[in-house]
Design a protein around this ligand. Structure first.
Ligand code: DER
Length: 232
């Protein structure tokens, strides 16, 4: 369908523009990245590229192994050449909401270790202000024993409500790859995302937020008309 085709367009553009031989590539999580890994594996075969891949989740690790790409990690490669990942929403200043797939913490770590962090997304993620397209709130990874106080503090200080993310294919809450819970903070109005990100990160029990501020260098959007739009 159109959105899947758009994801593929963005993914191929990013891999073709940003991956060269002898590089360490951070591989994101979600559904858009699947197309990027397909393209990566195709190029490795066709061009005999020598690249290693660092995953951002169990899912990303599976993708790397299933495609026969060389798996690596931050112990071996604490500095990556490029990290490619999806996003739930991208605003006009390249501030991202990520974590729709629950992988925000390792994604932010890997993105932070990369010289270049590039986002791939379909047109539905292209936004002016966070919250216009993505309605599920900002994901926040929390230590399980603290999720209630953290939720109350967020609602009190910043408004809206922060709800525990419940699993679909498992009874009880979603448990992340880091054995933590996720709160989805449904904010009520636009914020100074840089300040809010820092303030939420400081709340005891918060592991990471899905606000990626000043991290992405470029976003590739696959559009409905088959073109690719870039935002720097
Ligand atoms: O969970 C995540 O952070 C994913 O990267 C998400 O932001 C994008 O997933 P999608 O490509 O399936 O929309």
């Amino acid at each position: 369908n159109m959105a899947e085709e758009a994801k593929k367009l963005a993914a191929y553009a990013a891999v073709d523009n940003h991956v060269q031989n002898n590089q360490v590539v951070g591989v994101g999580s979600g559904s858009t990245i699947v197309y990027a890994v397909d393209r990566l594996a195709e190029r490795v075969r066709q061009e005999k590229l020598n690249i290693v891949c660092v995953p951002t989740s169990f899912q990303a690790r599976q993708l790397i192994l299933q495609h026969g790409l060389t798996l690596s990690d931050l112990d071996r490669h604490p500095e990556l050449d490029v990290a490619i990942d999806g996003a739930d929403e991208v605003d006009g200043e390249l501030t991202l909401i990520k974590g729709g797939g629950g992988c925000l913490t390792q994604e932010k770590i890997v993105a932070g270790c990369a010289k270049h962090f590039v986002v791939i997304a379909d047109y539905r993620k292209d936004s002016k202000n966070l919250g216009q397209q993505w309605k599920k709130g900002v994901p926040i990874e929390v230590i399980p024993m603290a999720y209630v106080p953290v939720s109350r503090i967020i609602a009190k200080r910043f408004g809206g409500e922060a709800n525990l993310r419940m699993a679909v294919s498992k009874a009880g809450p979603v448990v992340t790859d880091n054995s933590n819970f996720i709160l989805d903070w449904k904010f009520e109005h636009a914020q100074n995302w840089k300040e809010v990100n820092t303030a939420i990160k400081m709340i005891p029990g918060v592991v990471e937020t899905g606000l990626f501020v000043g991290m992405a260098e470029r976003a590739y959007f696959g559009m409905e008309d088959g073109t690719v739009k870039m935002r720097d």
